[in-house]
Design a protein around this ligand. Sequence first.
Ligand SMILES: Cc1cc2nc3c(=O)[nH]c(=O)nc-3n(C[C@H](O)[C@H](O)[C@H](O)COP(=O)(O)OP(=O)(O)OC[C@H]3O[C@@H](n4cnc5c(N)ncnc54)[C@H](O)[C@@H]3O)c2cc1C
Length: 401
Amino acid sequence: MRHSEAVFIVGAGPVGCYNALAYAQLGFSVTLIERRTRAELLDQRAGASFNIALSARGLYALDRIEHRAQTLARAAPIIGRRIHGLDGEYEDINYSGNPSDRIWSIKRYEFLAILLENISQQSEHIIAHFGAHLESVEILSNRAVFIDCSGRVQDVRFDLLLACDGVNSTVGQCLDNRLGCDSTLDVLKIRYREIDLLQDAGFSANDRLHIWPRTSTTVMGFPNVDGTLTGILFDNINAAPASSLQDQIESMNVLKPAEVKRIVHAPTKPIKCISRVTWCCNDTILLGDAAHAMPPFYGQGLNCSLENSAILVELIADRKDQPINQLLCSFSHNRRPDVAAIQELSFQNYRELEVFGASASKAFSDQSQHFHRVNHEASIYQRVTFSREPYAHIMDDVAGL
Ligand SMILES: Cc1cc2nc3c(=O)[nH]c(=O)nc-3n(C[C@H](O)[C@H](O)[C@H](O)COP(=O)(O)OP(=O)(O)OC[C@H]3O[C@@H](n4cnc5c(N)ncnc54)[C@H](O)[C@@H]3O)c2cc1C
């Protein structure tokens, strides 16, 4: 693939934006389309965004496009969990025995804002259309049609299509239909709502992920650089009645009374996961959640997607004379075992928490055992989170435990 060629990216979530910047840096001509408006993508209202924890694999990818320092300047380091009990007592559990190991918590919209700001400075290489959606794609003839924000139909020819359009991917459905594949969609029993946490509730440790497990609900507070916490509430699909939920949330003492009332009646958001049989066909490939959305509790969905994106960019940059469809096939073939491994690890981790219910507190505490070293070896969690060891190698050891 030569540098003058056209890359068409569907979806300006973190994965689409990352790829737009990476290909623009290589000199490709990038067209990026996104269904939402720029304002919708950057919605800062309380309850509209959650935090993402970035770790070694995501940071590696950000290094590749020289965005690591800029991102970390707006991210808070987390060294472990603080699990809050009913009685005001808490338990601190570190992620690792190595004092330099930390994950980085950043508001999702702030991360997107950094990427979008850099995209707007690359207008020579990137044409971005917001409020535009993909209408159709002809995978074998490399043509796509999208409707721009003014309702105009635009017909594009591409040399490489990166479908970064999330778990409900339109391109993924086209691929499944064309190849006759049956992808597996799982909707988790745990759902979530973004919440506005009290910012003066005396959170003494701003380098910890705060967790308040209760009978049928759990709140997590992710630290921010300004000392505040961003909240997210998880509850089971068989959630308690509103009155019981209200009692449980009040017992945490972390929300204003008005916010408690708002969230008890706020709609929950589902967590969808997908395993696709095939990621690529001809010169089109699915990346990020479009290819492999996974349960979020291991904190690897985006990290894995960014690592994959960086690996594909490196392959394309290194082998300019090889046909693109061969590179996509070879990338998919090589990365499948690793993605299958982290999806399985994330599902195992989700099943431990799925119980929530009366034993939610114990589930979180037990799960923290994963952070401990075994016989002086790094724990599975450490290897997944603080290294770039292939996920499939790590999974082999899990199978042997
Ligand atoms: C509660 C929660 C917490 C999480 N925490 C973490 C974490 O700590 N660490 C981590 O690594 N991962 C985490 N994840 C996972 C992470 O959020 C996702 O993996 C990541 O957002 C995927 O990015 P994406 O760009 O692939 O997809 P998305 O973020 O879904 O973006 C897809 C974009 O495509 C656009 N789009 C869709 N269809 C079209 C179309 N037809 N035309 C044009 N545009 C379209 C959408 O509007 C959207 O903007 C978490 C997920 C959840 C739900």
